[in-house]
Design a protein around this ligand. Sequence first.
Ligand code: SF4
Length: 364
Amino acid sequence: MKYLDEYRDPQTAQLLLDEIRRITTRHWTLMEVCGGQTHSLLRHGIAAELEGTVELIHGPGCPVCVTDQAAIDFACQLAHREEIVLASFGDMLRVPGSHGSLLDAQATGAHIQIVYSPSDAVELARKHPETEFVFFAVGFETTAPATALAVKQAARYQLENFSLIVSHVRVQPAMESLVQAPDNRVQAFLAAGHVCTVMGYESYESFVNQYQLPVVVTGFEPLDLLDGILACVKQLEANEAMLENRYARTVQAAGNRAAQDLVQEIYQVCDRAWRGFGVIPKGGLELRPEWQQFDALLRFNKPEIPVIKRDECQSFEVMTGQIKPPECPHFGKHCTPESPLGAPMVSSEGACAAYYRYGVTTTP
Ligand code: SF4
């Protein structure tokens, strides 16, 4: 297939659905890791079509949703300082922190600039040497190469007014934390195609062997998702646990070595607090010591700000598959995209936003 339409062909989708139903002999629970996949599953009605056959639960693959609340609080605090402009992707602006969101902070005078890439923030710092620019670096392995490149650019320009709040997270440690949980319901994973495009999928071999769960690398179009679901179900029905790449047009086993080398040069693996999850061992990336002049945490001496937990949001339960968004008592009532109580309702990759946007108000 060469064109996008071909990955949305209704007849082929029906054949795949029929095949999934034909071979399924019992209820299976699959987790799609990536929020982009969640949106596609809801948008194209796939989750509803498979109701009673295969249950799809939604994983922690929304970078905005898992960004630690303490990092948002720090970003808000820096943005209020006279000499600082906080540069961020737009998605982060409406995510609630302890005392409101970055958008709330902006309304009370904080300096916040939406950027579309980390390099935009570097360019702003280069043009305005009198101002400190702090880039809020969130995201999985997919966005880490771009922020690594920004660090190198800042070093090349010898910028002394550019730094990062590094909040990058790594997806595989989160998957491990999920399957190790006593209440784990995941029987197979649709692995996130975008992350695998960068990181490859070789590292999942040991994961599959250790946990004996199928992992199928899957894309984002309806036929990609149905094909990935079918591959998972075939394995489960055969009592097998294998690693399969069903997104070969984009993902290679070794991934993008140049991007990995760049990330490796700038970052090192660290333990990281995930919003709702707590600290996940090896769950994040931090700047290597030789690049720490660009670490906003060190440059601005992050004060200990008590994080005020927003207990009303059940995002952890949503992102671990314990509940579906409509099961949250606030869904569509106190929590809407205009007035979100939690990140999954406001992020473009959030599961609650997907259910709300596509009008799925009951649990499939
Ligand atoms: S509906 Fe709102 S409050 Fe409930 S889990 Fe989703 S984001 Fe949190």
